[in-house]
Write a protein that binds this ligand. Structure first.
Ligand code: LLP
Length: 428
């Protein structure tokens, strides 16, 4: 099988596509995804989880391009979504409604109604207020909403502050101790059918121990609820499996599966997981072009046409993304370089203090690990057009989202007549 991103003829390829040629064809910056990389990741996870009957739901928030969702759906994935927009993306990509789970910490009544109408598989509810609201919306529509309670197990996932979700001080879920009260309340509501619990403790988790603790808590609560006469027949184990960006140790999948089996495998529940980053993170890169080189006192500044508006992870989470020239001119230099964008903020950088081969204006660089939380978090800050996304499969490529044109960028605004038509009375 062709490796996803690899060197061939002195330059970086995505499967059988020469990225230098692709850059010429689509312009820079652009995101490039490898179908094989996504499918392989899915298969690796399915290989250990299928025997346990665990359903894999792709967390669409990581990359909601319909072509990406469709690639994973073709491999067998359902979808974990957090908004009406993501439900629409998943449906448009061909995910069957019943394989869509609607998570999200504060759904609106309109979103609930849309999801009920579409016939999605489950709502993961995160508060009593939300449960009451969903019950009302469903009754009004003459429906019964399948519900799972998202519990907060108060487990520290040991990940970055901004992407940890399973501690008491986070806004997510209902304290696991309140689960009996939640199911008791749900039992009296005609619009909901609550038989499931879910949790998600954070993202980019590289230690398996937090999963084990959280799943054990879920097991204990399932047994306690059953003892109290509550039916629990499904558990959603969340996402969060970390990947290698730099020198992290990737969690061992067999060990992860063992933990699932040992903690919740014997409960007779249907099980599901919601990986996002794991499936797509290293299946994508951001290709940028060097537009200016500025020697500094202690380091060089390499300006690229890609910036924080394209990939905000370094700025927002101090995240590390490996950066390399598509075609290295030689060995790494002794002098460090900051790879920065043209956006007017000191926080606008893609990588700091990197030891890279010499880079000259016009050279192309790849920012690795940009398949998850890259394009989906991009903005037009500084009126920069959104970068295109390109999907590669073997020797084929397809622009799965074109670059936003300046015409489209300008057309998004509307200037009122009183500012443009001098004959209008300004009322001053
Ligand atoms: N399920 C739920 C309920 C979630 O909140 C998330 C992610 C996932 C699944 C998928 O997590 P994953 O498998 O991708 O770790 N923008 C941040 C990550 C935010 C994650 C939010 N929730 C980043 O770039 O690191």
């Amino acid at each position: 099988m062709t490796p996803a991103f690899h060197d061939r003829d002195g330059g970086l390829f995505a499967e059988d596509v020469d990225l230098t040629a692709l850059a010429e064809a689509v312009g820079t910056p652009f995101f490039c995804y490898s179908s094989a990389a996504m499918t392989d990741r899915y298969k690796a996870l399915a290989a250990v989880l299928d025997p346990l009957g665990v359903d894999i739901l792709f967390a669409v928030k990581a990359n909601s391009n319909q072509a990406v969702i469709a690639t994973l759906a073709a491999a067998g994935a359902g979808a974990d979504v957090v908004s009406e927009g993501e439900i629409r993306q998943a449906l448009a990509a061909g995910v069957p409604a019943r394989r869509i789970v609607f998570a999200g910490v504060a759904k609106t009544a309109a979103e609930m109604a849309f999801a009920l109408e579409a016939g999605i598989g489950q709502f993961n509810v995160e508060s009593f207020a939300e449960l009451t609201m969903l019950d009302a919306v469903a009754r009004e529509m003459g429906r019964v909403a399948p519900v799972g309670l998202r519990v907060n197990p108060d487990v520290d996932a040991g990940t970055h502050e901004k992407i940890t979700t399973g501690r008491k001080e986070n806004k997510f879920g209902v304290d696991i101790a309140a689960a009996p009260a939640f199911f008791a309340a749900a039992a009296d509501m005609a619009g909901v059918d609550a038989r499931s619990m879910s949790l998600h403790i954070g993202s980019q988790i590289t230690q398996l121990e937090p999963f084990e603790r959280a799943y054990r808590g879920l097991r204990e609560m399932t047994l306690a609820l059953r003892a109290a006469g509550v039916t629990i027949d499904h558990l959603d184990l969340g996402g969060g499996l970390g990947i290698v960006y730099a020198d992290e140790t990737a969690p061992d999948l067999n060990q992860y599966a063992r933990i699932v089996r040992d903690t919740v495998g014997d409960l007779g529940c249907r099980l599901s997981v919601e990986p996002g980053r794991f499936l797509v993170g290293n299946a994508g890169i951001l290709v940028c072009q060097v537009i200016l080189v500025k020697p500094g006192e202690t380091r060089d500044f390499i300006f690229t046409d890609g910036a924080m508006n394209d990939l905000i992870r370094p700025t927002l989470y101090e995240a590390y993304h490996a950066i390399r020239p598509l075609r290295p001119r030689g060995p790494a230099q002794a002098r460090p370089a900051d790879i920065v964008g043209p956006v007017c903020e000191s926080g606008d950088y893609l990588g700091k203090g990197r030891y890279l081969p010499t880079l000259e204006v016009g050279d192309l660089v790849a920012v690795m690990g940009a398949g998850a939380y890259g394009a989906v978090m991009a903005s037009t800050y500084n009126s920069r057009p959104l970068a295109p996304e390109v999907l590669v499969a073997g020797a084929r490529h397809h622009v799965i989202r074109p670059r936003l044109s300046y015409a489209e960028l300008l057309a998004r605004d509307s200037v009122p007549l009183w500012l443009t038509d001098q004959t209008v009375d300004h009322g001053a």
